[in-house]
Design a protein around this ligand. Sequence first.
Ligand SMILES: [Zn+2]
Length: 414
Amino acid sequence: MADRFFPNQMPHFVAEAPADELAPSDSDIAGDPLTPSKLLSLPHAALSARFIQTALDLKETVVRGMWTLSERYPQDYTLYTGALGTAFLALKSYVVSNNENDLKLCSEIVRACETLSGDSRRVSFLCGRAGVCALGAVAAKLANDGRLVDHYLEKFKHIKLPSDLPNELLYGRAGFLWACLFLNKHICQHTISKTIMRAVVDEVIKAGRQLGKNGKSPLMYEWHGKKYWGAAHGLAGIMHVLMNMELKPDEVEDVKNTLRYMIKNRFPSGNFHSSEGNDSDKLVHWCHGAPGVALTLIKAAEVFGDSEFLQAALDAGEVVWNRGLLKRVGICHGISGNTYVFLSLYRLTGDPVYLYRAKAFACFLHQNAQMLISEGKMQSGDRPFSMFEGIGGMAYLFFDMNEPSAARFPAYEL
Ligand SMILES: [Zn+2]
């Protein structure tokens, strides 16, 4: 188990130096591998400047690897592992740096993804056509191009959901609903009508109750024959999206009781099963295990206000602190994704310990990731420049460290 993650030897807390203190030199900071105390004690403005500069450098590397070197004709259009993830990162860079070239780049990549996804049957935000059309519309709005916004919205509204669609986030109905939420947040509250979303929610609830009726959880789902619990393919991801919807009182009870079922049956360590009946307590990823479930429990604490969800989220956060310093960089199953658990806990509780923990994980990456990858001690994934498995996600996190209380897990927290 221990070979999945680095032992967390970082101090329990490091206070920031006063804003006017002289920042240490690069050589001072570099002499402290794996426990980046000096980096952590920098005043916020100085640390933030480092994160942003590294994010901008990484973004250039990602654009070269994913876009320029493919001669602007990428094989994979998805946000998860493909070109749309680079467009998503470029948009983030634009929002933080206000550099118009990033917005233009984003639009250019989305256009290529639109062509590539033209006959795709996939409909989710992360891995399907809904992500392309939704991101295209939002980028067009930021560019004040009303005609292009209408173009992408028209394409979005033509997306047909196959009747055999699964319900999970990565490829299924929850992933389509998330794209609707993204549009309604960034374009206009009513861009995608309640009627359209309600019809999909009905399907999700119906399917969940059907499979839940023989077990102890009111809602249950299957993907490729397994009843997953995690954010990518299972209960955590579906419940997270449902909690963003207008639900009927009986549906709210089913969501709450599904989460209670998961809490009651979690591992003694506080970690969560990756699927029903799988008793191997080893994965601490967003896709499978405590990090993805923690974000869902944080959402439950925000929406329902019940202290049981807050406590379970805090417990899951401890698992991530102790076992979440993974030997991978990515958002899906790497340190970058796990860092967002602390950012989210900080937003929920206001407790500076969680801000510190987010900084500790991000500083660990900032100081060590490139070196550990080049030494073969850390993996950058099969798609090393991608948003969800590679350094694209790390760049996104570093942009978010500029304003930690505004950070949201990409393509998951709204
Ligand atoms: Zn994963």
